[in-house]
Write a new protein. Structure first.
Length: 517
């Protein structure tokens, strides 16, 4: 591995088998030379050293310091930043400064990508295990990096006199972009990182050692979230011993075991959590392949069981009555339950669709069967031209009140539109939503809730097709944080392109989805 004492990446070495060390190139190499260098030395590399590099002694020492600082963290103060430590660990408060460099990580990533694999089955399985442990160790370091970034940003804002209520705005979004995740997921990851560093030190150690993966660490954090700090630390210490005795727990058993311990520690907290959860009941849909959608209802336990029992009872009664007529489609038990759900909610037979509005974007050539370019259904996604034509034909012939909006385009992209109004309204708003299809923030697939300016209206940005973008509610609010910038351009090959720049200077591009828009 790299020498721990290294302060730069201009020199260094990687451990090989038999206490041998392999020097890595001093200067950056072009891709083809990297490939040759990695292929020549890959069989000599010590794979276990990769894990040790991330979870070795330097990591353990800093981890202990981080966890000690987090034992009494006050999450009600300025949003969860750790208290001041009178004796910070060597290398900085985060235990990482001077000890880990982005370039080192990039080099190891390249070494792994170009490594020559062994041929023996046992060696391959062993390599899989070590790489899985490496992923967990990297996730532990990511958690600590996220907390260090959060603390540094909040401290910098405090030094600049930013009000406590405004500190830390947009940090979750920056974490999300750096990890190629949605802003919602980024906020969850930041919350998980804070919990691991400040209140779940044993779980963080287990993650760094590969005993737990990131998802199982998330389960631990999720199931203990209702506890106070002291009880959560107690549950974390109990889990460390529990994992020694039961190292092969699956997701469900891990969650169940922790739930039992949480109830033992604070039953009242569990009752309060369940009462609060009932307020989050909701329904949602998710597109599935082949023209299907998944309809999901989040309900209290009793209501959910009652709903399922009623649908099963209706399907059983249908079967007892003789089932579907002869010669017709013979529905499965599950299909009858699904049809019953639709009929009882809408008040219409399953074969008789309800009144809906469907936005279909299709080229004139595809509509007239001169092209098979896929169409796009708003809220669902791409569909074949043949299916779109059939959908339109069925609508024309149907007696149902189905408003089918067909938006045509000729060669190129949709026509540019602009309004003098500050807000996006009417057809312009609809066109932007149909062009973007989902939130335009990179890696965010959330539905569009707001149509907003790329360059702010207060900065002179126009309310135009080019300067407009569809965003989910969370992303629209996140981009209002200090230091965020965005620009838009029309690329001849990629269409509408939005470039987002974060306060750290990192930039991310968002291109409009493929399709006839």
């Amino acid at each position: 591995m790299f020498d721990i004492e290294m302060k730069s990446v201009t020199t260094g070495s990687i451990p090989a088998h038999g206490h041998e060390r392999i020097a890595w190139p001093v200067d950056p190499l072009p891709p083809e030379e990297w490939t040759a260098w990695c292929a020549a030395d890959a069989e000599r590399l010590d794979v276990e050293a990769i894990e040790a590099w991330l979870a070795g002694s330097w990591c353990a020492d800093a981890l202990d310091a981080d966890c000690e600082r987090g034992l009494h963290a006050d999450f009600e103060g300025d949003g969860g930043s750790p208290p001041t430590d009178p004796d910070p660990p060597p290398g900085g408060r985060d235990g990482l400064s001077g000890g880990l460099d982005q370039s080192e990580v990039a080099l190891w990533r390249h070494v792994l990508a170009e490594a020559v694999l062994p041929h023996e089955e046992a060696a391959l399985v062993g390599l899989l295990r070590e790489l899985e442990d490496l992923r967990s160790a990297a996730a532990a370091v990511q958690a600590r990096v996220a907390v260090a970034f959060d603390a540094a940003r909040r401290q910098g804002e405090a030094d600049r006199g930013v009000a406590p209520s405004k500190r830390g705005k947009g940090i979750g979004g920056e974490v999300a972009l750096a990890r190629r995740e949605s802003p919602f997921r980024g906020g969850r990851l930041l919350g998980l990182a804070k919990a691991l560093v400040h209140e779940l030190p044993h779980t963080l150690r287990a993650l760094a050692a590969g005993t737990l993966n990131e998802w199982r660490a998330t389960i631990v954090a999720r199931e203990t979230a209702c506890l106070g700090v002291e009880d959560r630390l107690a549950a974390d210490a109990w889990l460390a011993e529990h994992l020694v005795a039961h190292p092969t727990l699956g997701d469900r058993r891990l969650a169940a075991d922790i739930q039992r311990k949480v109830i033992e520690l604070d039953q009242a907290a569990v009752v309060r959590r369940r009462a609060k959860a009932a307020g989050g009941r909701r329904v949602s849909t998710r597109p599935l392949p082949d023209g299907m959608v998944q309809f999901t209802a989040i309900l209290p336990l009793v209501q959910g069981i009652a709903l399922l029992a009623a649908l099963k009872q209706a399907a059983d009664a249908h079967r007892a009555a003789g089932g579907d007529p002869e010669g017709g489609e013979q529905r499965s038990h599950g299909a009858v339950m699904a049809d019953t759900l639709f009929e009882r909610v809408t008040g219409r037979p399953a074969e008789d669709p309800a009144d809906v509005t469907v936005n279909v974007v299709i080229t004139d050539e595809a509509l007239l069967s001169e092209s098979e370019e896929p169409a796009h259904v708003d809220g669902y996604g791409p569909i074949s031209a043949a299916w779109a034509r059939r959908l339109i034909a069925d609508t024309v012939d149907s007696s149902q009140l189905i408003a089918l909006r067909r938006l045509f385009r000729g060669p190129g992209r949709m026509i540019r539109m602009e309004t003098a109004s500050r807000r996006f309204t009417g057809g312009l708003r609809d066109l932007i939503a149909l062009r973007d299809q989902q939130c335009r923030t990179p890696w965010c697939d959330a539905p569009i809730r707001h149509t907003d300016h790329v360059r702010g209206h207060a900065e002179g940005g126009s309310s135009s097709y080019r300067n407009g973008q569809g965003l989910c509610e969370a992303c629209n609010y996140a981009k209002q944080a200090t230091g965020w910038r965005a620009t838009a351009k029309q690329d001849p090959t990629r269409g509408h392109v939005v470039t987002v720049t974060t306060p750290t200077g990192h930039s991310y591009e968002s291109t409009q989805p493929a399709g006839p828009a």
